[in-house]
Design a protein around this ligand. Sequence first.
Ligand code: NAP
Length: 276
Amino acid sequence: MSNVPVAVVTGSNKGIGFAIARALCKQFPGDVYLTARDPGRGQEAVAKLQEEGLRAQFHQLDIDDLQSIRALRDFLKEKYGGLNVLVNNAGIAFKVRDTTPFAIQAEVTLKTNFFGTRNVCTELLPLVKPYGRVVNVSSMAGSSALRGCSQELQQKFRSNTITEDELVKLMTKFVEDTKKSVHEKEGWPNSAYGVSKIGVTVLSRIQARMLNEQRKGDHILLNACCPGWVRTDMAGPKATKSPDEGAETPVYLALLPSDADGPHGQFVSDKTVQTW
Ligand code: NAP
């Protein structure tokens, strides 16, 4: 088994994830795994880094596929006995002009951004080693969506005692409410992407609390963040930040020094803790 530190970035064949992998190749003292759901696109991305003189490893990972997540888990367990840095970056967003019915957009978006990210966490968090760092890439769109929720929902999503089960039930209810066209009546905002990112931020707050309760001595720091508005296939060419600039906050959180005791359980943007 290798004692080399290991970092994993989900959805890193392009966009912000690729830039995070690039920065980690330069700054992380260990093996960096660029992962992608499509091995061809993943290997191409690894080759691109190689042309820049950077060495990333590749492993397939489709966060919508539990078998794929478990294959990565078993690989990490066997080869490294765990992992040191996990960046949950993979995500999707329908374009504003997309005419796919809202209920389908809600189901598909939540499936990857919330349920997929949660499944990765369920399988990989137990493997994170002491002084490990976990970064869940969320979005300011989640904060805006939170403000668009009913007072009752806002209170639940801001609660310091909400459980993962309760959060899962709420995310499931959103998808069901959109199918019955009652989501607005039920206090939800009109953004499936926004609700999925509420889920990612609240999940991070819950996971950080669980780490405090169950693994306090391990000094693991786990946060959600917004990369900013970044020029990628998702956000388009008019966005204000380059992918490398978008990677700055996630990389800062992934490389928090071993003597740092925070941030932890926070939503961070431009390297600054935001009020949730
Ligand atoms: P992007 O260019 O569309 O890249 C998304 C990445 O996620 C791609 O590598 C994609 O792989 C991967 N992915 C999608 N579904 C996946 C799955 N089921 N399993 C594994 N990988 C999957 O988007 P981006 O702008 O870099 O976004 C990265 C993250 O930042 C997302 O979580 C996004 O919500 C968040 N974010 C972005 C912005 C922005 O302005 N761009 C702002 C706030 C937050 P494929 O190539 O196979 O599709």
